[in-house]
Design a binder for this molecule. Structure first.
Ligand code: PGA
Length: 262
C-alpha cells in the first residue's frame, strides 16, 4: 500500500511568532484526528525548523520538512543551508526541485540531482517536485517535459532508495501553483499515471506501485481536495496557500484520512 501524504509548503511566509502559532493551531486540530494511515508533513522556513520540530513531540505521524537545501554539507556558501544542518535541526524531509526554485533560482536538473543525493546521504526523505509550464502544456510537450525531469534526477537513483520510500514525488503543474486554477482531477490522474508508467520502465513494478507516493500540488484546497485525492494514482497533496490556514490544512488532512480509511 502506498503511503497517503498531506504536505504543507509554507514558502517564504510568516514571522517567528506567526509560524509558531500556525503550527500550534494546526497540531491542536490534527490531534483531534489522529491517523496512522496518513503521513502529514509541514515545511516551514529554515529559521523555524528546530522550534517546530520540538513542538512535534507527542504528535505521531507528523513530520517537518525544509523547502530546499544546498548540495554541499558545509563550506563557503554564504546564505545557504545544508542537508546536514536541516537534519541536525530534527527535520526529516526536504522539498527539492520546487518550480519556484527552478524558475527564480535557475536550479538545473544537474544541481537538483546533487541536492537529492546529499539529502539522502543525510537521511532526509526527499519530496521531489516536477511540473510543466502553461506554454509547455499548450505546445503539447508536457509529457516529454515530465519525462525529462524524471530522467535528470529520479532515474539516477538506486531501486533501494525508492523501495525504502525515501523519494516522494510531487506533480505540480506550474500554471496551477498559486493561481487558483487547479489541474482537473482527470488531468492530475492522467499525469500521475504517466509518471508511474515511466518509473515502471526503470524500476520494478512492485516498488513503483507500492512504495512511490505521488502528490498533486497546485491550488489544492478544501473544495477540490476530495476529488483530486480520489484519483487512483494521486496519493495526496503538496499544499501551498491553503496550508497557511490551520483550519484549511487540517480540513484537507481530514479529507485524506477519510479516503485512506476507505
Ligand atoms: P499552492 O502551492 O497550493 O499555493 O498553489 C503549491 C506549491 O507550490 O507547493
Amino acid at each position: 500500500m502506498r503511503r497517503k501524504i498531506v504536505a504543507g509548503n509554507w514558502k517564504m511566509n510568516k514571522t517567528y511568532s506567526e509560524a509558531i502559532s500556525l503550527a500550534d493551531d494546526f497540531f491542536q486540530l490534527a490531534a483531534k484526528d489522529p491517523s496512522d494511515s496518513v503521513l502529514t508533513i509541514i515545511a516551514p522556513p529554515f529559521p523555524f525548523l528546530r522550534e517546530i520540530s520540538k513542538c512535534l513531540e507527542g504528535q505521531p505521524g507528523i513530520f517537518v520538512a525544509a523547502q530546499n537545501c544546498h548540495h554541499e554539507n558545509s563550506g563557503a556558501f554564504t546564505g545557504e543551508v545544508s542537508a546536514s544542518m536541516i537534519r541536525s535541526a530534527d527535520a526529516s524531509h526536504v522539498i527539492i526541485g520546487h518550480s519556484e526554485r527552478r524558475q527564480y533560482f535557475a536550479e538545473t536538473g544537474e544541481q537538483l540531482l546533487k541536492k537529492v543525493n546529499r539529502a539522502l546521504e543525510n537521511e532526509l526523505t526527499v519530496i521531489f517536485c516536477i511540473g510543466e509550464t502553461s506554454e509547455q502544456r499548450n505546445s503539447d510537450i508536457h509529457f516529454s517535459v515530465i519525462r525529462q525531469q524524471l530522467e535528470e534526477v529520479v532515474f539516477h537513483l538506486g531501486e533501494e532508495i525508492l523501495s525504502a520510500g525515501k523519494i516522494i514525488l510531487a506533480y505540480e503543474p506550474v500554471w496551477a501553483i498559486g493561481t487558483g486554477v487547479n489541474a482537473s482531477a482527470a488531468q492530475a490522474q492522467e499525469m500521475h499515471a504517466f509518471i508511474r508508467e515511466q518509473l515502471r520502465g526503470k524500476f520494478s513494478a512492485a516498488t513503483v506501485n507500492e512504495k512511490v507516493s505521488i502528490l498533486y500540488g497546485g491550488s489544492c484546497n478544501t473544495g477540490n481536495a476530495a476529488e483530486l485525492f480520489a484519483q487512483p494514482d494521486v496519493d495526496g497533496g503538496l499544499i501551498g496557500g491553503a496550508s497557511l490556514k490551520a483550519a484549511d490544512f487540517a480540513a484537507i488532512r481530514r479529507i485524506m484520512i477519510g479516503q485512506a480509511g476507505l
